[in-house]
Design a protein around this ligand. Structure first.
Ligand SMILES: Nc1ncnc2c1ncn2[C@@H]1O[C@H](COP(=O)(O)OP(=O)(O)O)[C@@H](O)[C@H]1O
Ligand SMILES: [Mg+2]
Length: 265
């Protein structure tokens, strides 16, 4: 039997509002429906992934903040909370995480904190999906260090295409200096709207670009209000609005994700 290898996935894009958190929450839930065990690690101080998974983030609850500022062995187990959905767990974020960057500024190995903190538990999961804040911070570097692959949501909207270049440069730097194993899982077009010319143009450019075309998923995440409504209700769209386009798209994404192998960065 082949050894079990957990897929460690950073969901990243330096822009905000491109669908990172929606992808983490809904891909995680869709993978759980496929029978996979999934851990979501929320590394955004805004903690939208936790909220989207229906977990109330309260003061004093153990969070990823404790793990990276005080990495005592064993603390990670206390920080894992089950969600209402089978096979789907969360390590929540906390608003205090925003200050972690400054707190860790003089610490050696500060980019390794998340990787070390979750090392003991990753074997329990088939997939670990890590959400990132919309900036290249120490938090994002921690995620890139803990990950083996990066999944990139790319909005099919103006400027999104150009912003990819900076992200791919960052990934190449992290690979060269910190995490030689880092690979690209793929680029997923998001907020796709067949009726708009810009959506179709950006998709054509992605699929035609020499650097990106081998990386672009066939699955498109369409703009669908059920996705935003479900986030607001604290439920993944695949469990909440099961007949929506949003649910169909994230289920298709889960199948394609499982079939795809990461591509060297
Ligand atoms: N496919 C979609 N269709 C409609 N709304 C979406 C979709 N994906 C995300 N949203 C909404 O758009 C906003 C930004 O998405 P979000 O996933 O939070 O982006 P990011 O994490 O990159 O900042 C949120 O309100 C979210 O609920
Ligand atoms: Mg987000």
């Amino acid at each position: 039997m082949a050894a079990h290898q957990t897929r460690l996935v950073a969901v990243a894009n330096e822009k905000g509002g491109v669908g990172k958190t929606a992808m983490v929450v809904n891909l995680a839930a869709a993978l759980a429906l496929e029978g996979k065990t999934v851990l979501v690690v929320d590394m955004d101080p805004q903690h939208n992934a936790g909220t989207g998974l229906g977990v109330e983030i309260t003061d004093g609850m153990p969070s990823v903040y404790d793990l990276i500022t005080d990495p005592r062995a064993g603390a990670v187990r206390k920080a894992v909370v089950p969600t209402k959905w089978k096979g789907l767990d969360l390590i929540p974020s906390h608003i205090d995480l925003a200050g972690a960057e400054i707190e860790l500024v003089d610490e050696n190995g500060r980019e390794n904190r998340l990787k070390e903190a979750i090392a003991d538990i990753i074997d329990h999961y088939d997939v670990v999906l890590m959400d990132t804040p919309p900036s290249l911070s120490l938090l994002t570097i921690n995620v890139f260090t803990a990950a083996r692959e990066v999944l990139v949501p790319c909005q099919t909207q103006p400027y999104a295409f150009n912003a990819l270049e900076g992200l791919f440069d960052t990934i190449a730097d992290v690979k060269a200096e910190i995490n030689y194993d880092l690979a690209i899982c793929g680029i997923v077009p998001t907020f796709f709207d067949q009726r708009t010319r810009i959506s179709r143009d950006i998709l054509d450019r992605l699929r035609g670009d020499a650097r990106y075309r081998g990386l672009v998923f066939d699955t498109l995440i369409r703009t669908n209000t059920a996705v935003a409504e479900s986030a607001d209700a604290g439920k993944p769209v695949v469990n909440h609005r099961t007949g929506s386009y949003g649910a169909a798209d994230f289920k298709a994404l889960a199948k394609e994700f499982l079939a795809r192998r990461p591509h060297p960065a």
